[in-house]
Design a protein around this ligand. Sequence first.
Ligand code: UDP
Length: 239
Amino acid sequence: PTHVVPARRVLLKLSGETFGGGRVGLDVGVVRRVAEEIAVAVRGGVQVAIVVGGGNFFRGAELSASGMDRARADYMGMLGTVMNCLALQDLLEQAGVSTRVQTAITMGQVAEPYIPLRAIRHLEKGRVVIFGAGAGMPYFSTDTVSAQRALETHCQEVLMGKNGVDGVYTADPRKDPDATLLEHLTYTDALVGDLAVMDATALSLCRDNGVAMRVFGLEEPGNVTRVLQGEKIGTSVTA
Ligand code: UDP
């Protein structure tokens, strides 16, 4: 056929804060709600790859501030993300979605190793691919990994789910009542303005390779489905 419309393929970033419901450990109710919202979009034909954070267990920078070696603490942080991956996998499977977890640190009993072409094949078959263990490298963040995985698996958009905010604001809306939501900004705006969208490595990777991003709030019911389906909520960030 000559007029094949390419499938929508997106990368969703879920932070550890989401998994923990704001605390240490796992809030299964929250993960179940997010999984069910993802399932709706997957049944509608959207190809979904997910990068999972781990801040609800360990953050390398925090452990290192308490006296641990930074690199070893970062490995603990990466291992934490894998527990979130397994929780999300379980609840997605319960919601009727076929899944695969791929980790950047190999652990054959619980997940496949990260193999980009295989990940793409899973996505084409309608499976959700959940990427864990970050980049497998200390000093990186799961935001940076989101940009990298989106590029390598040819996702059209990076969707950054946030807790507590529903997009990028002119100032911190929790502190400044005059802060207004920005519907659009460029990666350079975000870098120069030092807006807390995501870390600078992730922003520059997206900018230099022209991948589009959307920052949105996870808490409003239905938002995860909406953003996966392509609704223009929150803030769009482009080159
Ligand atoms: N981490 C790392 N390399 C990576 C990704 C993550 O060292 O490629 C470590 C880092 O210590 C980080 C922790 O894993 O603090 C959890 O990831 P992140 O803080 O990005 O999770 P989130 O803030 O999204 O919950």
